[in-house]
Design a protein around this ligand. Structure first.
Ligand code: PAF
Length: 287
């Protein structure tokens, strides 16, 4: 389905469109992205189509959420390709502000969510979730969406944003959407493009070990043992270097003190293959 999509680069122009859409009583959905789109992003647009009359996709590589030694400069960008993909997927407004539009002056306001940001990527990437929460708040202020769509590959991000929206009574419903995988199981990510062929092959260990974890849970293996087995399996890959392998309660991301059947858990992995850090997870329950 190709339809007319408008690309908008300024906050003022976006507000004009949003005011008109609100006047017409449209339900507005936002799909926030950093671009270099893939099927995962398009699945969010598809989910948005089901609930919304107007879909805004933002493409903004947000400097606030990158650490000093991270990949902000080299993060993959291809706006022409993104524009075509977004239009074909049914995006109505593509918001593509420059950094100077979003942050014309050094930003002195920081949105910081406690507790859910402490483990996993919050521990490995200090300040990352402050950057995410701050830019998402700003996008919500600009677009005033009724719904916002996020992929569960970034499950901690979804937990952080859900907490923030609840705590600050933001009038938006967060819609988590399932992880989209390549045919061989690799979770889709804009960063997959960094991988050499060898790294990509070895990265399949992430989805494979999560599948194994599911069978180990079915067999009633204890979580500590499952964690050990996961570490062992991933370590068999010579190019893999583990950032974390964790099993936590979900969605509060607290330690599992006692294994209670039916309790929701997340098995979360962050592993570097060469220089590329990948994350993957499984949200499931204790048997
Ligand atoms: O998930 C992402 O791509 C980013 O963290 C987000 C939500 C667009 C904020 O920059």
């Amino acid at each position: 389905m190709i339809q007319t999509m408008q690309q908008i680069a300024t906050i003022a122009k976006m507000r004009t469109h949003i005011n008109e859409a609100r006047r017409q009583g449209k339900r507005i959905g936002i799909v926030p992205t950093m671009g270099f789109l893939h099927e995962g992003h398009l699945s969010l647009v598809k989910a948005a189509r089901e609930k919304c009359d107007l879909i805004v996709m933002s493409i903004f590589v947000n400097p606030l959420q990158f650490g000093p030694n991270e990949d902000f400069e080299r993060y993959p960008r291809n706006i022409e390709r993104d524009r075509e993909m977004a239009a074909s997927a049914g995006v109505d407004l593509l918001f593509t502000p420059e950094v100077s539009e979003m942050y014309p002056k050094p930003i002195l306001t920081n949105i910081s969510v406690a507790n859910v940001t402490a483990p996993l990527c919050g521990a490995s990437r200090p300040g990352h979730f402050d950057g995410v929460a701050t830019v998402v708040t700003k996008l919500f202020q600009i677009v005033q969406p009724d719904y916002a769509f996020f992929g569960q590959k970034d499950a901690q991000q979804v937990a952080v944003i859900t907490q923030m929206v609840h705590d600050l009574s933001m009038p938006v419903q967060i819609v988590p959407c399932p992880i989209i995988r390549e045919a061989d199981g690799l979770a889709m990510s804009s960063r997959n493009v960094y991988l050499s062929q060898e790294e990509r092959t070895q990265a399949l260990v992430l989805s494979q070990s999560l599948k194994l974890a599911e069978t180990w849970l079915d067999e009633g293996i204890a979580l500590v043992e499952i964690k050990d087995r996961l570490i062992q399996k991933i370590t068999e890959m010579p190019l893999a270097s583990i950032d974390y392998v964790e099993i936590l309660r979900f969605p509060n991301l607290e330690p599992v003190e006692q294994e209670v059947a039916g309790q929701a858990i997340i098995i979360a992995l962050a592993v570097k293959f060469g220089k590329t850090r990948l994350i993957d997870n499984l949200i499931t329950e204790i048997r």
